[in-house]
Design a protein around this ligand. Structure first.
Ligand code: MRU
Length: 364
């Protein structure tokens, strides 16, 4: 997508032809900086410290990290080491495991001498596949927006609420929840986006607003607790969110707070759709609330807020008394019964009927 007229992806191969560049999302929206990744350690740090984040981009970065590891040492032992180090960086987004399994299965039968070049090609394929997948999600999701637009008085905007950043920054390009949004806007359908700030790390306030602003999409930033009120007042036509892990029964684990939005949407008959690539489906589990590992993060994310200080520097401000006990669960699970539809690259699936396996028969 475009940043000041220049087309960017969130991750790409540096001009040197081998190292990897990624937009540093810890600096946005206040500074646009690019982080260069040259080895396994760089990739692990980038995922762990959320320089890159969002389930599909975590998967793509892990693939490039695996390739960088093979560049240094492509022995069997190095493969195991790369897998386990990358796997431990973030526990919830299942795309990480999907990418690592794909790299491992592809490289394991090869001799060590053939692994590095193949890893480069395969990591690139994973990145390209993500772009194509999100485009397909966009095409399916666009139909949902079109149907809602057709029911509104001519010229009136479709009001869409989104949570966290499931935008192009969370993927290689397009985003999942934002792919239909970008396509609707580009097709001339009037839309307006309610952007949840998404405490504690404020991915909505810092990243989604930045993306939408650079694409010229009308949007309004709201506190996380406002969504229910807006829905009661008829000010939300549609909720579109992403997923970090989807169970085979259609439960969706996404950024903490998604569940509460789904409850409010159900109570107010607002359609609640989740946009997800099939790479976020974990076929091994069916009960999201019981089985998805929920990442618990540093308490400083809750007791402090990061932002631009009056002197222009990026800094942290403490908002709770010293010593306050903090819980920081990064994700929650929305049960399938609260979800109107899962917008995948293949089709829009009704989750309540347990239809995912029928939609992706070869992968489950
Ligand atoms: O903690 P983050 O920023 O990695 O969480 C990201 C989300 O929860 C996104 O909504 C999810 O990964 C879907 S992104 C296409």
């Amino acid at each position: 997508m475009n940043v000041d007229g220049i087309a960017y992806r969130s991750i790409w191969i540096n001009d040197d032809g081998w190292s990897i560049d990624a937009i540093d999302q810890t600096r946005l929206p206040h500074a646009f900086e690019v982080r260069n990744l040259q080895n396994l350690e760089d990739a692990c740090i980038a995922i762990r410290d959320m320089v890159v984040r969002g389930a599909p981009l975590i998967g793509a970065t892990a693939a490039y990290g695996y390739y960088l590891a093979m560049r240094e040492d492509s022995s069997d032992a190095a493969m195991k080491n790369a897998y386990s180090r990358l796997f431990r960086t973030r526990p919830t987004a299942v795309n990480l495991r999907w990418s690592l399994d794909r790299l491992r299965d592809c490289l394991e039968p090869l001799t060590p001498g053939d692994r590095f070049e193949r890893a480069f090609v395969e990591a690139g394929r994973i990145a390209e596949l993500d772009v194509e997948t999100n485009q397909s999600i966009g095409i399916h999701g666009l139909e949902v927006i079109k149907q809602i637009a057709a029911q509104k008085p001519s010229g009136e905007s479709v009001n869409i609420l989104t949570h966290c950043n499931a935008g192009w920054l969370a993927t290689v390009d397009w985003g999942t929840a934002t792919a239909p949004i970008y396509m609707a806007h580009d097709a001339g359908i009037p839309i307006h986006i309610w952007v949840d700030e998404t405490r504690p790390r404020n991915q909505g306030a810092g990243l989604t607003t930045w993306e939408l602003g650079h694409h010229g999409i009308p949007h309004t930033l709201i506190v996380d607790n406002l969504g229910g009120h807006l829905m009661q007042q008829g000010m939300v036509d549609l909720c579109l969110v992403g997923s970090d892990r989807t169970t085979r029964s259609g439960d969706v684990c996404n950024k903490v707070g998604t569940y509460l939005k789904a409850l409010a949407a159900k109570d107010n008959a607002v359609p609640f759709y989740v946009c997800l690539p099939s790479t976020t489906i974990d076929w091994d589990i069916s009960n999201g609330a019981q089985e998805v590992p929920i990442e618990q993060r540093d308490e400083a994310e809750v007791s402090q807020v990061m932002g631009k200080l009056p002197n222009g520097e990026i800094g942290h401000v403490k908002i709770a008394p010293d010593g306050t006990k903090v819980a920081n669960y990064a994700f929650d699970v929305t049960p399938a019964r609260l979800i109107t539809g899962l917008i995948t690259e293949t089709a829009i699936v009704d989750p309540s009927a347990g239809n995912l396996a029928g939609t992706f028969p070869s992968t489950c």
